[in-house]
Write a new protein. Structure first.
Length: 126
């Protein structure tokens, strides 16, 4: 029998492995995976059949920083929504209209939810 995870990170990794057993991305229907750190959020579209990352956007990207402008962002959730919107816009440019959402073992709440909602607002079907 497996031992109980000792840290929050180990618990998240176990949840992520459990989700990844069921979710897989293809070239036409990629996996939108999310990673959040304490200060930033990262989202990428992945084709698991060829093991390639199709595109990536993060809160550190030039597109996101340009859209935020010189003013200080109102919060991490609003930045996460912008990350989702920019990722969806880039996906539509490449002809991708649908994706599977991989929350990365995180709860579908807060910044992770904002990425998904931002992508949906920009026209990506999840």
């Amino acid at each position: 029998m497996a031992t109980k995870p000792k840290t929050r990170q180990e618990s998240r990794e176990r949840r992520h492995r459990r989700v990844r057993k069921k979710i897989s991305g293809t070239a036409e229907f990629p996996r939108l995976c999310v990673f959040r750190s304490l200060h930033h959020i990262y989202a990428q579209l992945v084709d698991d059949t060829t093991h390639r990352t199709l595109m990536t956007v993060s809160s550190l990207s030039a597109e996101v920083r340009g859209r935020l402008g010189s003013e200080k962002p109102k919060g991490k959730i609003s930045v996460s929504r912008i990350v989702g919107q920019i990722l969806a816009a880039k996906a539509k440019e490449q002809g991708l209209a649908r994706a599977r959402f991989d929350r990365g073992g995180y709860l579908y709440h807060g910044r992770v939810r904002a990425v998904a909602e931002g992508a949906r607002e920009a026209g990506l079907t999840i």
